[in-house]
Design a protein around this ligand. Sequence first.
Ligand SMILES: C[S@@+](CC[C@H](N)C(=O)[O-])C[C@H]1O[C@@H](n2cnc3c(N)ncnc32)[C@H](O)[C@@H]1O
Length: 200
Amino acid sequence: MDAEDWDERYAASELVWSAEPNEFVAAELSDLAPGRALDLAAGEGRNAIWLARRGWQVTAADFSQVALDKGRRLAGDTPVRWVCADATTWHEPAAYDLVLLAYLQLPAAQRRAAVRAAYDSLVVGGTLLLVAHDSSNLTEGTGGPQDPAVLMTPEDVLGDLAGRAYDVQHAERVPRIVGDGHGEEPARTAWDCLVRVVRR
Ligand SMILES: C[S@@+](CC[C@H](N)C(=O)[O-])C[C@H]1O[C@@H](n2cnc3c(N)ncnc32)[C@H](O)[C@@H]1O
């Protein structure tokens, strides 16, 4: 999907994603001391706004202007810098203590460019957190993109960082329970890819 496709998708509904942060983002980042954060492919900004409300100085970048406009409205008085940019080409060198990539599902070459841009945006000692639909979700999980080309494993993501220096804090697939098991929808397990590294 290009930026125009995403604009259409965002324009078609009130809120495409939740207003709450992703559960892994909240679990991984709650204890991190606030600093400067970049949410790359931020969408409507659920994670960016959550970070900003926890004291982070946040830049939210996405190539969909419609998503960013919705994020700005959602943020209200919460200060977030909204930047319309392509995650595969844009970065601000060594400017951030934290870079977040949440559910940016791109074919391998583009994903690699985005992951490397994310890393290059970090200061030494900064944290890169990537959460995405895992490759195994296609056969073992539920929901998410059905094109295997845009899914990934933790090994793929670490491979994207070949030649860069980092310490791995997490590189694993993690279960995400979808549906609450009440009503007609049974609870199901989606598999996500979670990678957290610190720039050396
Ligand atoms: C599944 S949404 C996730 C949004 C947000 N990270 C979240 O977790 O709520 C994927 C987002 O990636 C953005 N995106 C896709 N390709 C992009 C690219 N090359 N550059 C910037 N944003 C991109 C889309 O516009 C969309 O907002």
